[in-house]
Ligand binder design. Structure first.
Ligand code: MG
Ligand code: ZN
Length: 185
């Protein structure tokens, strides 16, 4: 059998962990979404690495400076820390769509980088996000995928392994799926 890798929950940021005002550049606007902190705490307690994976095309489009992006990231880390949560890693794609990079979700470059650098078994890991591109990235990487449907979302036809309407529901899906060791085998 193969060497056991670690299990991770890959987390989209905007609209999933925190509210999404669009091209977020002001740290003051960082606000955790309801249920996110409790869910992350439960998942970390079950041994999942918490890995943030976020498209930030505002950088590539010239709408956000790298410094603003760093400030927002530091604020996200601080807000999570206030809730007792430590991210294990964070990966950002700074590119614009026209850059045709391999890391902008739905491409899976961020997840592949994380897997390589942290010894993560992608097939026993989970991607959670509020966009079809999150589901696409998870699928390309071979993770279990959970589409977190936000209030206004009309994307009902997303081809995710599971759909959750809240963080509480997402947490229950993960915990139920973790009972048997392998999510996808
Ligand atoms: Mg999102
Ligand atoms: Zn990229």
């Amino acid at each position: 059998m193969t060497t056991e890798g670690r299990q991770a929950v890959f987390l989209d940021r905007d609209g999933t962990l925190i509210s999404d005002p669009g091209y977020l550049r002001d740290p003051v606007q960082v606000e955790l979404l309801p249920g996110a902190a409790a869910a992350l705490t439960a998942l970390a307690q079950r041994g999942y690495l918490l890995v943030l994976v976020s498209n930030q095309s505002g950088i590539g489009r010239g709408l956000i400076t790298a410094q603003e992006a760093h400030s927002v990231h530091r604020r996200v880390v601080a807000v999570l820390a206030q809730a007792g949560i430590a991210l294990d890693a964070a990966y950002y794609c700074p590119h614009a769509p026209d850059d045709a990079c391999s890391c902008r979700k739905p491409r899976a470059g961020l997840l592949f980088d994380a897997a390589r650098e942290h010894g993560i078994d992608l097939h026993r890991s989970i991607m959670i996000g509020n966009s079809p591109s999150d589901v696409g990235a998870g699928k390309e990487a071979g993770t279990f995928t959970i589409f977190l449907r936000d209030g206004g979302s009309t994307a009902n036809q997303v081809d995710a392994d599971a759909v959750a309407s809240s963080w509480d529901e997402a947490r229950e899906i993960v915990i139920a799926a973790t009972g048997d060791r392998a999510l996808r085998s």
